[in-house]
Ligand binder design. Structure first.
Ligand SMILES: Nc1ncnc2c1ncn2[C@@H]1O[C@H](COP(=O)(O)OP(=O)(O)OP(=O)(O)O)[C@@H](O)[C@H]1O
Ligand SMILES: [Mg+2]
Length: 246
């Protein structure tokens, strides 16, 4: 598969908010064109890590590399261009409440002017239908349930066929059937577009079934990166506790 999806390397990434040292030297390499899960306790810094990876916040120390490009320290010039190739699914959804479902999903296309309106409309409808949102195109976001919002946010993250995709808790709040559909959609997207996918999740079953690579953040550092099998077989107490749902 021809793809220019980047590998993402994080080196010694450190970030404090006041006295709260959240990231204390995170080292991790997220594989190009793969589904990379990041797991860890609530409040452990997963969303903060994602915000660094997307350039939304700058680190106190450390480096983030997309392929051979560093994006972390004031290198914001290339960031806008890079963002165009990123799809983001925020934990809170971050939809525009006053716009319709279709308008939300089409927003990145409209903003970046990358597709003709007819083609964009077709793609919006196809994505929404894949996510079980057929017939809901004209609904306002304010009328939707939590699970429906999640699906709209997911469709919006996928619309630009990005080279890097970030999902912060894509299945939280969805029922088991929808969660499984979202998991398949992530895998389909990887296979179809070759995008580098970074998924933050508390859903251990999903982690162990669909991840190509898993990284565990514990006490401000990544203490293990490996395959689901490495995680199942690990004897590190913090890993065991996490895998067994502790
Ligand atoms: N903008 C901010 N200002 C101050 N503190 C922050 C900010 N963003 C995050 N934090 C703190 O950083 C820590 C890690 O937060 P983060 O949102 O990354 O956790 P998380 O691992 O994503 O948790 P969850 O699984 O509950 O989503 C928390 O203590 C949080 O209060
Ligand atoms: Mg979070």
């Amino acid at each position: 598969m021809a793809t220019d999806a980047p590998e993402i390397r994080v080196r010694n990434l450190s970030k404090s908010f006041g006295a709260n040292e959240v990231l204390k030297g995170v080292d991790v390499t997220l594989q190009a064109g793969r589904v990379n899960f990041v797991i860890g306790r609530s409040g452990g810094g997963k969303s903060v890590l994602l915000k660094h990876l997307t350039g939304l916040i700058a680190p106190d120390y450390g480096e983030i590399w997309y392929g051979n490009r560093e994006i972390s320290q004031g290198a914001s010039k290339g960031l806008t261009e890079l963002r165009r190739k990123m799809g983001l699914l925020f934990q809170e959804g971050a939809l525009f409440d006053s716009l319709t479902v279709s308008e939300n999903v089409a927003f990145p296309v409209w903003y970046h002017r990358t597709m003709r309106p007819a083609a964009a409309g077709k793609r919006v409808r196809a994505l929404l239908s894949e996510l079980g949102m057929e017939g809901r195109e004209s609904a306002r976001v304010s009328e939707l349930s939590g699970g429906e919002r999640k699906r709209v946010a997911l469709a919006r993250a996928l619309i630009m066929e990005p080279k890097v995709l970030f999902f912060d808790e894509p299945t939280t709040g969805l029922d088991p059937i929808l969660s499984t559909q979202v998991d398949s959609l992530i895998l389909d997207t990887r296979d179809r577009t070759g995008a580098t996918c970074v998924v933050v999740s508390h859903d251990i079953a999903a982690v162990l079934s669909i991840a190509d690579q898993v990284s565990l953040i514990h006490e401000g550092r990544v203490i293990l990166t490996g395959t689901p099998r490495d995680f199942r077989e690990s004897r590190i107490p913090a890993v065991r506790e996490f895998i067994s749902g502790g």
